[in-house]
Design a protein. Structure first.
Length: 97
C-alpha cells in the first residue's frame, strides 16, 4: 500500500509539472487561435505589416546615414571618394540616356 501512495504522489507531481508547462506554453491561447482561423490570419497579417514597416523605416534611416556620411566625405575632397562618386554619377547618367 505504501508503494501505491508513492506512485500517486509521483503522478500528482508530474501532473502539476505538466499543467505548469502547458500554462507556460499558453496552449489554450494557441488552441483558440486555431479554432478561429480568421483571427489567426488577421494577427499574422498585422504582424507582417508591422515587420514590413519596421524594415522600411530602418532602411530609410540607415540609407540617410550612409548618404550623409558619403556627402561629408565628398566635401573633404578625398581622391578615392571623389573617384567613387564620379563613377556612380557616370553609371547613373548611362542608365538615364
Amino acid at each position: 500500500m505504501a508503494d501505491m501512495g508513492k506512485t500517486a504522489f509521483y503522478l500528482a507531481a508530474k501532473i502539476e509539472q505538466l499543467m505548469a508547462a502547458m500554462e507556460k506554453a499558453s496552449l489554450a491561447e494557441w488552441v483558440e487561435l486555431y479554432r478561429r482561423p480568421w483571427r489567426l490570419l488577421i494577427l499574422n497579417f498585422a504582424a507582417g505589416v508591422a515587420r514590413g514597416l519596421g524594415i522600411a523605416v530602418g532602411f530609410a534611416i540607415l540609407g540617410a546615414i550612409v548618404i550623409y556620411i558619403v556627402r561629408e566625405l565628398a566635401l573633404l575632397n578625398l581622391p578615392v571618394i571623389g573617384k567613387l562618386i564620379a563613377e556612380i554619377v557616370r553609371m547613373v547618367q548611362q542608365e538615364i540616356y
